[in-house]
Design a protein around this ligand. Structure first.
Ligand SMILES: [Zn+2]
Length: 490
């Protein structure tokens, strides 16, 4: 009987007993209906019953005879969608079981297909029938959720899913690889990365290369920049790959001609999507910093210090764990130190002697009080744009100009050469890195080499040199470079 039953995976046009049973035209009059699989039992229980045997034999032979041209078939439909003709309903039912079994295996739980299956009996040409495997494939394709993938998440943001978890691991390793050497004891991503095996919709699937492109991309982010001595607006823009206009756009409230040290600017900087943190365990020889001992000294002015015994660094072999982010050192933890040469302690005298009046206080006062008629930086004057190196403070002719801080007069006279436009002017070195200039004076009250105290009258307001009226041009230099007076004036 086995060859009459549909067997999965094998196409057979021989009619099966259940087909016979459902075809009234194939049933001989007066003979009992044959139930599906009934022949098994009949055969086993009543092998010698001639009537039933005859029924079977006639039915089968009739079917086989007609089957030479037309074969009994079922028009299979899934949820109303007609898929085609198949020879056996049982073969389709078996296919459904196989699909459910396979889906359950992938999903890890009992999966049941919930389609509305239709089987319409008909007679059809053999060549019009489709293989059952096509129905099986169709049914499996209907299961959207069975795609098991490796899902990558960065800081809670799903980057994508790939079906090959091993190639994902390899790709992540390749991103870390450039930062790893033979001393590396640990490496990780700074961001929170997770890879989970999940069932995802097929739309979440990405190519490995596509994922890598996202993970290795840089994003432009706005970060703070602290202005350093000597910085210019265009220089800062240049060094960070920006135009002056772009930098100005990020800092609309900042006067680009009046930068001061430690001022905070907003700049844009390329920030990598993923950062790799590595820790290397290294052994190296290096200097041992010297300790510093401070002693009070009444021969040194208050606020000043003097090195009495210079320190000398020692020498040692270190073992340290050095942590980097994207190759830039972040932290260095010394595990052990083997000192070969001890350092020599530095002794520093801390001044207690009262300071003379002519010593700089470190805080400026205004040289004269008046309206500022011209600011620091670019300005349009005498028919062209020029850089104004100081501020102009209006004053009446002969009014007193005072030293804005204590110091030593290094120039008091009339400008010559490049300084002709200053007329009569005074330069004071405050001996703390700052110098001040007072220009266009009608007369001078000090001489070069003289020490002056803060507030001492040093000159009188005038309009000498390149000047359009009585005023004091007040200029500040830091180690010889002109800087904005606004950084120092109260
Ligand atoms: Zn001026």
């Amino acid at each position: 009987m086995d060859e009459l039953l549909p067997s999965p995976g094998r196409r057979s046009y021989a009619p099966s007993p259940d087909i016979v049973k459902e075809v009234p035209r194939f049933r001989l009059p007066g003979l009992p209906r044959v139930r599906p699989h009934f022949p098994h039992f009949l055969e086993r229980r009543n092998p010698a019953d001639p009537a039933i045997f005859l029924t079977l034999a006639l039915s089968v032979s009739a079917a086989v005879a007609l089957g030479s041209l037309y074969a009994p078939a079922y028009q299979v439909s899934v949820d109303g969608v007609a898929l085609g003709l198949v020879s056996s309903r049982q073969a389709v039912e078996d296919a459904i079981l196989r699909v459910e079994e396979r889906a359950s295996e992938i999903l890890g739980y009992e999966y049941t297909l919930v389609h509305d299956m239709g089987y319409d009996y008909t007679l059809a040409l053999k060549e019009d029938q489709i293989p059952v495997s096509r129905v099986e494939t169709y049914l499996f394709d209907q299961i959207g959720e069975v795609m098991k993938t490796s899902v990558l998440t960065v800081n809670g943001q799903m980057i994508g899913a790939v079906d090959d978890g091993e190639s994902l691991d390899a790709m992540l390793e390749s991103i870390q690889a450039p930062y790893i050497n033979e001393n590396t004891i640990s490496s990780r991503f700074v961001q929170d990365l997770t890879v989970t095996r999940e069932y995802t919709p097929t739309t979440a699937l990405r190519e490995i290369g596509e994922m890598e492109a996202i993970l290795t991309s840089n994003s432009l982010e706005q970060v703070d920049y602290s202005v350093k001595a000597g910085d210019t607006f265009s220089g800062i823009a240049n060094r960070h790959g920006m135009t002056v206009d772009q930098l100005r756009e990020l800092n609309p409230d900042i006067d680009i001609n009046e930068l001061w040290v430690d001022q905070t600017l907003t700049i844009s900087q390329a920030v990598p999507f993923l950062s790799v943190e590595t820790t290397d365990r290294v052994t190296y020889d290096g200097a041992v910093p010297f300790p510093v001992e401070e002693v009070l000294d009444d021969t040194v002015y208050q606020g000043y210090t003097k090195v009495r015994v210079p320190g000398v660094e020692g020498w040692a072999t270190y073992n340290a764990d050095v942590t980097y982010v994207n190759g830039v050192e972040q932290e260095r933890i010394i595990n052990s130190t083997d000192v070969h040469t001890e350092p020599v302690t530095q002794v520093v005298a801390v001044g207690t002697k009262p300071r003379p009046k002519t010593m700089a206080t470190g805080k400026f006062i205004w040289p004269i009080y008046g309206r500022v008629t011209s600011g620091y930086g670019s300005r349009y004057i005498f028919g062209s744009y020029s850089f104004h190196s100081g501020i102009d403070i209006a004053g009446s002719y002969g009014a007193s100009i005072v030293a804005s801080d204590g110091g030593k007069v290094t120039f008091a006279g009339t400008g010559t050469g490049g300084y002709w436009s200053y007329g009569n002017y005074v330069v004071i070195d405050h001996e703390n890195g700052l110098q001040t200039i007072y220009a266009h004076c009608s007369s001078l009250c000090v001489k070069a080499g003289e020490r002056v105290y803060q507030g001492q009258v040093i000159a009188r307001v005038g309009s000498t040199g390149r000047s359009t009226g009585n005023h004091c041009h007040f200029q500040v230099k830091q180690n010889g470079t002109t800087v904005s007076p606004w950084n120092y004036l109260p």
